[in-house]
Design a protein around this ligand. Structure first.
Ligand code: SAH
Ligand code: SF4
Length: 396
């Protein structure tokens, strides 16, 4: 069984762009553009070359810029000594604009978890979390600012969708995480970022083009991309069936995680509103198709909510749905969101749930609960609520 697609997700109820006092003031004062600027990481290698030529520079400058950004993790023209000084500033301005600025950064788990709250164009707030383990460093990234899917147990779902992120805004979260790891700032973890989970804010398949473009860039060999292994990327979806089918046809081998949370439509309709459009049967059919095409085991995500979806009968019903499939279950103890009456299952119930699934031969793991004390755990990354976090650490 593969290790857990590590953990958590940060979900920030930002509400409409700039819904916190701080960001709406900032948005008003500076009137930032509502759309992110174009960036090197929005373009494929051929587009980068033509864009560089259009600026009057030789095409190979595109590869030089890519090497600085993706291999050296550097966006500072002052450090690009292989590019003539006269052209550097203009190239950096056109291809490496600042997309996200740090609002706050927090760490916990003795420095093995680092969460960053970012502000993007239009004041949109997004979060990412970096988690260090003995054998790997994993970044949990956002694909949208907010989310329009409205799952009632999820903090992001409560705030609604602010906007889609651009491909480069997604990549930039990863590059920033790779820098933190490379600088040795992630305790006890290797200095090379190796795993990415699309489990932050947003529904990745609702921002399909940008997410696919980001995946291709993250997994392209250096210098054109970050050179991450496709298999070490996990895309988590609420179950947008047409997009899941499309993803199966992309020729990728990223890991798919499906947020099921209930084996029956009656309950899933209430926990995952989009289930009314694409019910359990269709979501699982799309998941098995993905598994069939890619040969990749699908991860079934199931947040255990006390007395809501944690009954032993539901464990058995889930096990019967998954038995014999290329799947494993990742149980997530519910991370209660502010104001919600729901909470995590009692330990005995959780044990029974695991036992029933395993008895049916379904590989089952319980996700760790990294980042809870800094609001960095599943469903709860409320930027405005970070307790006593100091000023952001400047980034290179
Ligand atoms: N939108 C995508 C990916 C982001 S959410 C999706 O829903 O799959 C990533 C995971 O965190 C999902 O499995 C989601 O259901 C889960 N999650 C959201 N809020 C949570 C909470 N409060 N406690 C535990 N898990 C939560
Ligand atoms: Fe969106 Fe996922 Fe949260 Fe549902 S659980 S509201 S799909 S981020």
């Amino acid at each position: 069984m593969p290790p857990l697609p590590d953990a958590l997700l940060p979900l920030v109820p930002t509400g409409p762009a700039g819904s916190t006092d701080e960001s709406s003031r900032g948005a008003h004062r500076r009137s930032p553009p509502a759309r992110p600027s174009r960036h090197l990481a929005d373009l494929d290698p051929a587009e980068r070359r033509s864009a560089v030529v259009a600026l009057g520079e030789p095409a190979y400058r595109a590869d030089q810029l890519s090497r600085h950004y993706f291999a050296r993790l550097c966006a500072d023209p002052g450090q690009m000594s292989d590019i003539p000084a006269a052209g550097r500033e203009a190239l950096a301005r056109h291809f490496l604009p600042t997309l996200l600025t740090v609002v706050r950064e927090a760490s916990c788990d003795d420095g093995a978890t680092v969460k960053t709250l970012w502000r993007g164009a239009g004041g949109a707030l997004v979060e990412s979390v970096l988690m260090g383990y003995a054998d790997r460093a994993t970044a949990c990234v956002s694909s949208q600012a907010g989310c329009g899917m409205g799952c009632p147990f999820c903090a992001t779902g409560q705030g609604g969708l602010t906007r889609n992120l651009s491909a480069a805004e997604i990549v930039e979260q990863v590059v920033a995480a790779a820098r933190v790891a490379a600088q040795g700032r992630l305790s006890g973890a290797p200095p090379r970022l190796s795993n990415i989970v699309f489990m932050g804010m947003g529904e990745p398949l609702a921002n399909y083009r940008a997410v696919l473009s980001a995946i291709r860039t993250l997994t392209s060999p250096q210098p054109h991309g970050l050179g991450l292994a496709q298999r070490s990327l996990t895309l988590s979806t609420v179950g947008l069936v047409p997009a899941m089918r499309r993803l199966a046809g992309e020729g990728l081998s990223v890991t798919l995680a499906v947020s099921l949370h209930a084996p029956d439509d009656e309950l899933r309709d209430t926990l995952v509103p989009v289930n009314r459009r694409w019910p359990v049967r269709e979501v699982l059919a799309a998941a098995w198709r993905y598994a069939g095409v890619t040969g990749r085991r699908v991860s079934i995500e199931y947040a255990l909510i006390r007395d809501v979806n944690d009954q032993p009968e539901r464990a058995s019903a889930l096990g019967r749905l998954l038995r014999g499939r290329l799947a494993h279950v990742n149980l997530i103890p519910l991370n209660p969101t502010p104001g919600s009456v729901w909470t995590a299952s009692r330990p005995g119930r959780q044990r029974e749930f695991v036992a029933r699934l395993r008895a049916l031969g379904v590989p089952t793991t319980v996700r760790d609960t990294r980042g809870r004390e800094i609001g960095g755990a599943c469903g709860q990354l409320a930027g405005a609520e970070l307790p006593g976090i100091g000023p952001a650490t400047p980034r290179s």
